[in-house]
Design a protein around this ligand. Structure first.
Ligand SMILES: [Zn+2]
Length: 201
């Protein structure tokens, strides 16, 4: 049996709200109780925030470039905080990212804020960490004139920390390397320059 709650019209879809009420009812809880009556709307608003990346276009974010006097060398942003939602358990995972690219000689570069914004386009979706890592380097390769891209993500997953294996503090670290960063020597230079992979924990 579905419950129809008095909510804020237009903020969430009634069908989704009713479905969440059915979950509570299935658990033997009263979705109309004062403590739960606002929960479906809150949950759906949070979900909308977590998945806002579907509406954003990486080409637009990476579309504005500017010339620099000297290119052809690595440009990296480290310690970028991110939060995503695991598509298997609908639980959040959060951590830090490092993104790097090497513009081709003479090529234009993007503004500093664009790499964290690119990350959020993919993080703010239902995701796997492996997928985000790869999508970031694929987008850099596709939209910029570069010789290579790298992305390393380190994060703690709600589904590993709080359920199942229950290992809070365990970090998942993933990396994607393209172009010249596929060369182990170039990759080693990058990691040495940034202080090593442990910097991303
Ligand atoms: Zn999961």
């Amino acid at each position: 049996m579905a419950f129809r709650l008095a909510g804020q019209p237009g903020t969430v879809n009634d069908h989704f709200r009713d479905a969440l009420c059915d979950v509570f009812t299935g658990m033997g809880l009263d979705p109309l109780s004062p403590s739960l009556v606002g929960t479906p709307d809150r949950f759906l608003r949070a979900l909308a925030e977590f998945t806002g990346g579907y509406d954003l276009d990486p080409g637009e974010i990476l579309g504005r470039t500017f010339p620099v006097e000297r290119s052809g060398y690595p440009i990296s942003v480290t310690n970028i905080p991110f939060t995503s939602v695991c598509e298997h358990h609908l639980l959040p995972f959060s951590g830090l990212a490092m993104i790097s690219y090497i513009p081709s000689e003479g090529a234009e570069v993007v503004g500093l804020s664009k790499l964290p914004r690119l990350l959020d386009i993919y993080a703010r979706r239902l995701q796997t960490q492996e997928q985000i890592t790869k999508q970031v380097t694929t987008a850099l390769d596709k939209h910029l004139d570069i010789d290579g891209a790298a992305c390393i993500l380190g994060s703690e997953h709600g589904c590993l920390a709080n359920r199942g294996a229950r290992k809070p503090g365990a970090m998942m670290v993933t990396g994607s390397f393209t172009g010249v960063y596929e060369n182990p020597e170039v990759r080693r230079d990058l990691l040495a320059m940034l202080g090593g992979p442990s910097a991303y924990r």
